[in-house]
Design a protein around this ligand. Structure first.
Ligand code: AMP
Length: 209
């Protein structure tokens, strides 16, 4: 049986994390799990958890760690036989430690995007959805949100660096389009070699950018 592959992706607001995650998951045959999607699903269905998290999500504030762990960890525990990619979880050091208690990650991708590009980027070039959903998109406001992201994300990346599971992908060129720096999958079905050697293939792919 092929080795299971567990990966997560982190990126600042407007980095195109969702689009890139879906491409990676599709290319490498990984189950795609988005914490934002699960939260929005719970809110729409008006579940107990949905009611608790609604106020945070609507204001783009971090949902408390214990609620996030309660939302995400049971799902992952059920996926023992699957390879997966996490989009948006873990976001904090407490979440990363809780995740580490139940499984070992193979790779954590951190997207490093120039500030100018984040500022210029208004809409997702694939889905057309707004990337930055705040009414206040002045440069100072964006800068404050990025600072907050970095403050919270840094200890998480340091943890994965220590564990040698971290991979940083930097967008070198200034471009407002995500397609310019991360390829659209050429094969809608995962390529055989990738499926069996995702560690190698993902490192090769990511190091080209
Ligand atoms: P996303 O779709 O990843 O941008 O997440 C949408 C919103 O859900 C965020 O702005 C947060 O309010 C909340 N959220 C998603 N994932 C997490 C997480 N791991 N920890 C705390 N809040 C989260």
């Amino acid at each position: 049986m092929a080795k299971l592959f567990r990966t997560a992706i982190m990126g600042p607001p407007g980095s195109g994390k969702g689009t890139i995650s879906k491409r990676i998951a599709q290319n490498f045959g990984l189950q795609y799990l988005s914490s934002g999607h699960f939260l929005r699903e719970g809110i729409a269905a008006n579940t107990d958890a949905g009611v608790l998290v609604k106020g945070y999500v609507e204001r783009s504030m971090l949902v408390p760690d214990h609620l996030m762990s309660r939302l995400m960890l049971p799902r992952l525990e059920q996926l023992t036989g699957h390879s997966w990619l996490l989009d948006g979880f873990p976001r904090t050091i407490a979440q990363a430690k809780a995740l580490n208690d139940i499984c070992q990650m193979d790779l954590v991708i951190s997207l490093n995007i120039p500030f100018e590009t984040l500022r210029e980027r208004g809409r997702d070039d694939v889905t057309g959805e707004p990337l930055i959903q705040h009414a206040d998109d002045r440069p100072e406001a964006l800068q404050a949100r990025l600072r907050h992201y970095k403050d919270v994300a840094k200890p998480v990346m340091n943890l994965y660096k220590c564990l040698r599971q971290e991979k940083r992908i930097t967008q070198q060129r200034r471009s407002s389009k995500q397609t310019a720096w991360f390829p659209v999958p050429r094969h809608p079905v995962p390529v055989l070699g990738y499926r069996h050697r995702p560690h190698l293939a993902l490192h090769q792919l990511s190091s080209q950018h």
